[in-house]
Ligand binder design. Sequence first.
Ligand code: ZN
Length: 403
Amino acid sequence: MRDTIGNNNSDLTEMNRSAVVKILQQREVCSRADISKQMGLTQASITKIVAALMEMGIVSEVGSIKGSGNRRSIGLKLNADQHQIIGVKFARHMFAVGVFDISGKIYTQTETEYPLEQDQRSVLSAMKEQIHDTLKNYKNVVAIGLAVPGPYLRAEGRIAVVTQMPAWHNINFIKEFKEEFNKPLFIEQDANAGAMAEWWFGDYARPLHTLAYFLVGEGVGSGIIDRGNLLLGAQGTASEIGHISVDARGPRCECGNYGCLELYCSAPMMLKMAEQRVPECFSKDHKQRSNACNAVFEAARGGNKKALELVREIAEYIGYGCVILINSYNPDIIVIGDSVSKGGDLLLPTIQEVVKQRTISELHDRVQIKISSLQVDPTLYGAAAIATDRVLQMPSAFLAVKE
Ligand SMILES: [Zn+2]
């Protein structure tokens, strides 16, 4: 992402290469004629761009495919498996490290839980060790993506408010991680990362103009992708909807505001309410945090009235969040993800009802509201997607196979 507005010829060449690589990333196999049609460039230009990408080992030919008008043409594909990306999710209670290729295929993933009160240095060391171990096992890693809870101040490398973990406020993630590894490393806030994962790897009708990813987990936030670009704001903390008041006279939040959305539908809030109102739904198996939200949903699915009522309340607040997203960003699609979204079928009818009651019909008729269907945690996948996005923006710099 550049801040300048001019383009030199070399920038334009790289932008066109990037556009071709992105089309191949999305379509797996296609012909030069297909790419030429999609990009609005002449076939001669595409032939030249593809030749350069083949020379660099980024793209290769894969026999003949059926093109338009039943004509056979040579298929092209991205050499995705030659370039791996490490995705790292840092979250409250846990961190995860995964290896993906640039087409989004997952190779491996590990998850480590830690108690909230554990000192930061030991958590950071454990994360770094895990990444170093992964780098030893995978030799073709081209970049690392790290997703952290928001609001994350991109230029400073710090998280402005980490609710429940105030001590992490002073950790400079850029300093900690960029100097540690001899690889390009990109850091982004978790909801932005999730949005990028949905944009790159989500299974939705395309073209999409604006995608909103609504993270409802340990924290609450959103990430907006508009025509392929992440909406960042001045410091990178745009669309931080978890800290918008849904009750201006509500309780004080750690961010300074009152009645923030995060205080009503995050996983910790849901679990706190469940412990008071439906304690019978927790067993020993639910000690692990990742299972705790599911325990409440299971009880609701089993017909426990108090659990159903609680889940409906949570869904109402998620609905208010969707109303904020619709009025702020006019998305084609809102994708809800993270631990609270696991209640999918229990949540969606109430969310739809709230949205229908509280938004202009022309807007709510057009917006699709879905639960994330990604098979991998969207934040972890998103950490990889952020790095993939940056790598694909400059294919010659990151992907050229060096002899
Ligand atoms: Zn707040």
